[in-house]
Design a protein around this ligand. Sequence first.
Ligand code: FAD
Length: 436
Amino acid sequence: TSAVMWFRRDLRVRDNPALLAALEEGSATALFVVDPAIWATAGPARRAWLAANVLALADRIPLTIRHGDPRDVVPQVADGRRVHVAAETTPYGRRRDGAVAEQVELVATGSPYAVGPGLVRNGSGDPYQVFSAFARAWREHGWSDPASTPRSPDLAPADSDQAALDLLEEAVAEAPFDLPGAGEDAAWRRWRSFRDDGLRDYGDERNRPDHDGTSRLSPYLHLGVLHPRSLLAEVPHTSTYATELAWRDFYADVLWHAPSSAWSDLKPALEGMRYDDPDDAIEAWRTGTTGYPIVDAGMRQLMHTGWMHNRVRMITASFLTKDLHVWWPVGARHFLDLLIDGDVASNNHGWQWVAGTGTDASPYFRVFNPVTQGLKFDPQGDYVRRWVPELEHLPGKSAHEPWKSDVGYERDYPLRLVDHADERREALERYQAARG
Ligand code: FAD
């Protein structure tokens, strides 16, 4: 007999339980479908990153690549056979899989998470609202050991559409900047080098955008080029790194229980909040020309690499929501367009956390000060100078405060768009008003 293995956010051969389940049926056709609905909503960087990783998988195993609505393509390729997948848990993925399952027998094994969304619950069977409690229960729940790697999988020869291959190759060629190395081997090299050199100091280094102190695995984890279970097998479960992976599972769990939280406030408490929609200011934020060096450095890192350091994601998100008073989905949409790790659960709930509308302990009145944050987490100004050439001539920490230097604006760096102290006050007033 034979089955189909439909790859989605699990573009790997190692530690892939759904692939093993498909192969247990005898032989399998490995399939990837370029879904126009996903393709159309991703910017060029995300398309290139996805395409590069699909092509890397196709270099490793015979992969049939087709273009079209999965509701049509999957039943066609399956032709009566069972279709194996890793469970998809985003609102779009669930709808799509529900529709496909009306036409074929869809067998889900595993998910992109260490502990699948919906499985970690409190004593009353309810989902956790707060991360620390979730993380404790998540560790107690535990996860399985990594699955074995199939030695010589019995896979049908690839039978791809030329149009689909062309689309992927064009996307790679049109990448707006150099992307990280695609595929499993590159992901594992990255992990091993971080595990051996970076993990020990991760707890201290992870907040330093000027240092390369984090694993930079998010783009691989997003597409399932690596599974978090493979990483958790190599670090202590109580380590800070495991806790960060727990955040990823937590946000997927939140989205699973509340699909509408992808694009609307999770907590209704701020429903009456007044927001602005200032076109010019939003554009200055997007292009990294707000006049606040750490904000601009982050937005330019995003624009030029498709990735931004976590600390700076928080600072730039706080600036848009609290200093410019813009509703968080505007920023979340922009991040999702550009981030190669762009993930609706982690991104949109990360935004809600900063905006004060989401889970957990970040209340609305917590407003990041872009200057003190910069001085604290980029103390020598190296990160700012790396991304903002107009500030290259300002030594050390003075790059964070060009307004204090006689030559601060010599290279046409923009003046501050708003006054942080004033806007902080304004944000708090709006907050009080919304709370009634
Ligand atoms: P490391 O520090 O090496 O962490 C290891 C892994 O843990 C990450 O790859 C990621 O999978 C997970 N992780 C770490 N922190 C978080 C977190 N706060 N939430 C969820 N998972 C986490 N992460 C995304 O993967 N995709 C996104 O689209 C995304 N958008 C974000 C938007 C905002 C406004 C904020 C504040 C955070 C966002 N994050 C997102 C979380 C975090 O910034 C990135 O996961 C992290 O910067 C990725 O870099 P890294 O792999 O070097 O992380």
